[in-house]
Design a binder for this molecule. Sequence first.
Ligand code: HEC
Length: 72
Amino acid sequence: MIPSVYKQNCLSCHGSQLEGKYGPSLQTVGSQLTEEEITNIISKGEGGMPAFGKRLEEEEIASISEWLSEQK
Ligand code: HEC
């Protein structure tokens, strides 16, 4: 199940199945990055990836990071 926070904020760049589009595929991101690294990238941004630290609640970033870290 794809979380609604992902659908609203991430899908346009990372694709409806995490397959990647403008941004890279996130289908196996959990085997490349730790949950903490994922949280950092979402909060602060990186390269073409916008920062969401001011746009999302801390719990929303935490839960999406946890979910992504399980995508292996
Ligand atoms: C405007 C397009 C855009 C949006 C919206 C966006 N991303 Fe990204 N994302 C990118 C790009 C581009 C990169 C690659 C950044 C780089 O390293 O240059 C990236 C990288 C990432 C990475 C690191 C992937 C890796 O393999 O290094 C994660 C994790 C990520 N995004 C998660 C998210 C999440 C979660 C959201 C929604 C809250 C989101 N992104 C929204 C464009 C976007």
